[in-house]
Write a protein that binds this ligand. Structure first.
Ligand SMILES: [Zn+2]
Length: 53
C-alpha cells in the first residue's frame, strides 16, 4: 500500500522519516523530497525508512 509524501503529497512506496527545520517535526517524505531537503541542511535528521508491504 502506497502512502502520500507529507511534503509534496505524491504517493510513494518508500518514505524517509526526517526532520528538516527548526520545528523538530518528523515528516515522512518521498525519496525526491528527501534528497532536496537533506542537502546542505543543518536541521536535517534521519529517523528511519518506511516501506510499503
Ligand atoms: Zn515528496
Amino acid at each position: 500500500m502506497v502512502k502520500p509524501c507529507q511534503y509534496c503529497a505524491k504517493l510513494s512506496k518508500i518514505r524517509y522519516r526526517i526532520q528538516f527545520d527548526s520545528s523538530q517535526r518528523w515528516l515522512l517524505v518521498c525519496p525526491d523530497c528527501w534528497q532536496k531537503l537533506a542537502v546542505d541542511n543543518p536541521f536535517y535528521r534521519y529517523g528511519g525508512t518506511w516501506k510499503a508491504k
